[in-house]
Ligand binder design. Structure first.
Ligand SMILES: Nc1nc2c(ncn2[C@@H]2O[C@H](COP(=O)(O)OP(=O)(O)OP(=O)(O)O)[C@@H](O)[C@H]2O)c(=O)[nH]1
Ligand SMILES: [Mg+2]
Length: 296
């Protein structure tokens, strides 16, 4: 139930690829909602993660890392970033503290932010020496005097309590936007497809993850388990061969790992079936992109 003084608002996360946006979302939610990988361009959709606390609802948005688009797929990803720019009460800009602040400049300027923002210097755990950390923070402060900076670590949670206080202070008084047991705007199917993509990023090298899309064909809740059928789309026959692996070993490993993650997520037993399909140049094809969910 609402009561006077209830706070609710949108806190949107932006930054370059691999800065740790999705890791930060998960750390703030205390839940593995958004997929994470050491490779760039892991996130392709804007994902809402909803945090319900006494007297407060925070709707976080994870977004794809900001890049120069090379394919229609990239354009769709950047549209997701743009849409998130519009409705924020607070923007969290995430930089990798180990990188030179100047590498952040182009992205910072391209955003043309009109909402209040905090500049989070993530991966602070990687700089052990407190003097070196202070120096890095000072360098970011000097480069971006318009924003308050805060070193944080999505990995160790350092700085996250301070961050939560700042978020709380920035939120307007408003009634909740979502029911208080919602954790995302995305359906379960979406997260099942993302789990498979995450395992593809973990298991396959080079270009494979970037040529891959995953769609859930069917999701049936049976009495004792969920039966999930998923299609993995690749651009070339050779990529399909790599995914399948010798004697089907590649796809088998992918299936086992994905199923385990799904079972953790759903807290139920899962039977998972995977199929691989070749769709040449799908990343530049409007119809395929729409079919694979890249039109939101
Ligand atoms: N050491 C350290 N590593 C981190 C931290 N946060 C994220 N990482 C690692 O950085 C890599 C990228 O993390 P993601 O959360 O996928 O980054 P992202 O910004 O969402 O990346 P894209 O979705 O590709 O734009 C992963 O290997 C994470 O484990 C941190 O605080 N400290
Ligand atoms: Mg991400």
């Amino acid at each position: 139930m609402e009561h006077p003084g209830f706070k609710a608002g949108f806190v949107n996360i932006f930054g370059p690829p691999n800065a740790g946006k999705s890791s930060l979302l998960n750390a703030l939610l205390g839940e593995s909602l958004a997929i994470v990988s050491p490779k760039v361009q892991t996130t392709r959709h804007r994902i809402l993660g909803i945090l319900n606390e006494p007297g407060m609802q925070i709707i976080f948005s994870d977004t794809p890392g900001i890049i120069e688009p090379k394919y229609k797929l990239h354009q769709k990803m950047m549209q997701q970033v743009k849409s998130a720019l519009e409705d924020a009460d607070l923007a969290l800009l995430i930089a990798d503290i180990t990188e030179d602040p100047e590498r952040f400049r182009e992205i910072a300027e391209s955003l043309r932010l009109k909402v209040p923002a905090l500049l989070l210097l993530n991966k602070a755990d990687l700089i052990r020496d407190p003097d070196a950390l202070a120096q890095k923070q000072a360098a970011y402060k000097a480069a971006f005097p318009q924003w308050e900076t805060l070193p944080v670590s999505a990995l160790t949670r350092a700085g996250l309590d301070v961050l939560m206080e700042k978020i709380r202070a920035a939120l307007p008084e408003a009634p909740a936007y979502f029911p208080d047991d919602d954790i995302s705007d995305r359906p379960t199917r979406f997260f099942m497809a993302e789990i498979i993509r995450e395992q593809i990023y973990a298991l396959f090298q080079d270009e494979i993850p970037y040529h891959t899309a995953v769609i859930i064909q069917s999701f049936e809740e049976k009495q004792t388990l969920d039966v999930i059928k998923a299609e993995i789309i690749v651009s070339r026959e050779t990529q399909k061969m790599i995914l399948l692996g010798k004697g089907g070993r590649g796809i088998k490993e992918l299936g086992i790992r994905s199923r385990k993650k799904m079972e953790e997520f759903l807290q139920r037993k899962v039977h998972l079936e995977l199929f691989v399909k070749v769709r040449p140049k799908w990343r530049d094809n409007e119809a395929y992109l729409r079919e694979y969910g890249y039109d939101k």
